[in-house]
Design a protein around this ligand. Structure first.
Ligand code: M6R
Length: 606
């Protein structure tokens, strides 16, 4: 997490640094800061909280240097105060950092013993003193950084500038992404190409272990062994991805409403809609010969993967293992011969997902990823990429990326089922036709949003909310609970409906709303029994179901009726009401919907 940026400019860079940081705020917004080389010495401005606080600070205390670095923080070590805000610096060097320096305690002890005095609670400050220490010993900046990098453990992306060096910036990448932008007589550094989009579309991505010496005239890249290496210059499409809220109050609202379009784009990438067939890209592997699919992902992407498990097992009769990547990476699970390891990630940069991918590769798996950012590290390290065409997702709470992940997974399940001879041509046609209907069905729900506004007012009074679902609706219950808690801060939990009586039922009383995701399918009757158990204990039932309430047989506090759809597509359809419920509850409560507290969009720390 954290966003970093750097500019070797031909004019003062403070405004452009802030502009670039604005596009990186999705990576964290606990504090922000910039540092520049001002007439040979280093100066910085920092502020706690959102970027606008830094902007106000710069109005009263401007910086005029042409060489500068900037940072927007998601706090890992040390509270989100101005004192802990980046850039960190000594008289000789200033550093911005994304990631975690794992051996910072040892380094701090060593450097303190040598007389360095630390001012912050951050791990990053160790880098500042380490480089300063090398400079104190008479090393030149490039040699000082080279020596310091050899002593750092952990995952990091670094941007470093030096006092007395107006035409030098050093960048280093180990575990966290970094893009270098080439301008005319200017050079740029950013956590991603979107941050640099207003300045240049000519990008070089650093690879693992790379570090780079940047000057206005160009960049030299070195690999982990210190060898000078050539990395390709690519044309970024990021400039076309810069977005605004349109007529919506929040990015999240806009992104919820974009779903019919972006699901349709994603489906068209995997389906021959005219002939109702799957037209799946070549994964470089015979789909009929895959012995097992192992899915890993985090958060919302994990819930998409969980729906994928239900689908692949049901429609392709292929065993699927799934785990959250933060567990999968440490389990050292044995992986099968001829296995396909599938990673799901909006950003394509999630640290735990990436680490699991590398474990799977080392254990002989074919690697496929469903990602929204095609230039991301996960995409670049995969054998096959299944893109979601959701466009940039700015709201921290994932919505359209989730349903696009589901769209890609549904197509994969059908492709596997077909390749394995489990589904006939007629069934393939039926399933593809059902998928093609999804954008229209979601549109119809989005035209009927008023009911969610009313319901949200009631929900906003709850302290705890339970979500229940069964079968492929279970992951939607989990996702509904995650959405509500992350943007409204109301405690919410999702449970498999059948698990209720094994513990959670003890929580139920007349103050606990229970949101039941229960499309009319072959599992409805079973879920109805669980609903009755809740009703018998006075729970307030909010039913999301196309079933006739008579089939439920008990009083409902509210009933949301999504359109009737094919059982395959119900998770896509039912994702939308749980998103809208969370969104309107958060709006009613006045929280920061697009940038909820403590969170960041891209989680690049483990
Ligand atoms: O970029 P990724 O899809 O890998 O991110 C995974 C999770 O961090 C993400 O889905 C997170 O749970 C969302 N904030 C949920 O809305």
């Amino acid at each position: 997490m954290c966003g970093i940026v750097g500019i070797l400019g031909s004019k003062p860079v403070a405004t452009d640094l802030v502009d670039a940081l604005r596009r990186l705020e999705y990576r964290g917004y606990d504090s922000a800061g910039i540092a520049t080389v001002e007439n040979g010495h280093l100066e910085r401005r920092r502020a706690e909280g959102k970027l606008r606080n830094l902007e106000s600070r710069l109005l009263s205390e401007p910086l005029t240097g042409r060489t500068g670095i900037g940072h927007t923080r998601w706090a890992t070590h040390g509270r989100p105060t101005e004192r802990n805000a980046h850039p960190h610096m000594s008289a000789k060097v200033s550093v911005v950092h994304n990631g975690i320096i794992e051996n910072f305690r040892e380094l701090k002890a060593e450097l303190t013993a040598k007389g360095h005095s630390f001012e912050t609670d951050t791990d990053t400050e160790a880098v500042v003193h380490l480089v300063s220490d090398e400079l104190d010993q008479g090393r030149r900046p490039i040699d000082a950084v080279r020596a310091a990098l050899g002593k750092l453990k952990g995952a990091f992306a670094l941007g470093i500038i030096f006092a007395g060096e107006d035409d030098l910036m050093i960048a280093a990448r180990q575990g966290s992404p970094l893009a270098i932008g080439h301008g005319r007589g200017e050079m740029y550094l950013g956590s991603d190409a979107i941050a640099l989009a207003p300045f240049t579309d000519a990008i070089t991505y650093l690879e693992e272990g790379d570090w780079a010496v940047m000057r206005r005239s160009g960049v030299e890249v070195f690999d982990r062994a210190g060898e000078c290496v050539t990395r390709p210059l690519v044309k970024s499409v990021a400039s076309s991805l810069l977005v605004d809220k349109g007529n919506h109050r929040h990015f999240m609202a806009k992104e919820i409403h974009e779903q019919p379009d972006v699901i349709s784009h994603t489906l068209s990438n995997y389906l021959d809609m005219a002939n109702a067939r799957v037209a799946f890209p070549d994964l470089g592997v015979d789909l009929a010969k895959i012995s097992r699919v192992t899915i890993s992902a985090c958060g919302t992407a994990y819930y998409a993967g969980l729906v994928g498990k239900y689908w692949i097992e049901r429609y392709a009769r292929l065993p699927v293992e799934i785990d959250v990547a933060s567990e999968a990476r440490y389990r050292e699970a044995p992986l099968p011969d001829s296995g396909l390891a599938l990673f799901v990630s909006q950003s394509g940069e999630t640290a735990d997902t990436l680490a699991t991918l590398r474990y799977a590769r080392a254990n002989g798996q074919r690697i496929a990823s469903i990602v929204n950012v095609r230039t991301s590290t996960i995409a670049r390290e995969s054998d096959a990429v299944l893109p979601t065409l959701a466009g940039p997702e700015i709201g921290v709470a994932s919505t359209k990326a989730f349903t696009c992940q589901l769209a890609a997974l549904a197509c994969l399940a059908i492709a596997l089922g077909k390749a394995r001879g489990v589904i006939s041509e007629a069934q393939e046609q039926e399933l593809v036709t059902a998928l093609v209907e999804v954008p229209r069905l979601i549109s119809s729900m989005l035209h009927n949003e008023e009911q969610f506004v009313e319901l949200a007012q009631a929900l906003s009074k709850a302290r705890d909310v339970l979500y229940l679902g069964r079968g492929s609706s279970y992951p939607i219950a989990l996702e509904g609970a995650l959405k509500l808690k992350e943007i409204s801060y109301i405690h919410a939990e999702g449970y498999a409906a059948g698990e209720l009586k094994h513990g959670p039922i003890a929580l139920i009383d007349e103050n606990v709303p229970v949101i039941v995701v229960a499309p009319e399918d072959d599992l409805l009757e079973k879920t109805v029994s669980n609903v009755q158990e809740v009703a018998a204990r006075g729970g307030q039932i909010i039913l999301i179901s196309n079933a006739n309430p008579e089939k439920i047989g008990c009083a409902l506090a509210a009933h949301i009726v999504p359109p009737t759809a094919h059982p395959l597509t119900n998770p896509l359809i039912y994702a939308v009401p749980v998103q809208l419920l969370a969104y309107h509850t958060a709006v009613f409560m006045g929280t920061d919907v697009d940038q909820p507290r403590n969170l960041a969009k891209s989680v690049t720390v483990e």
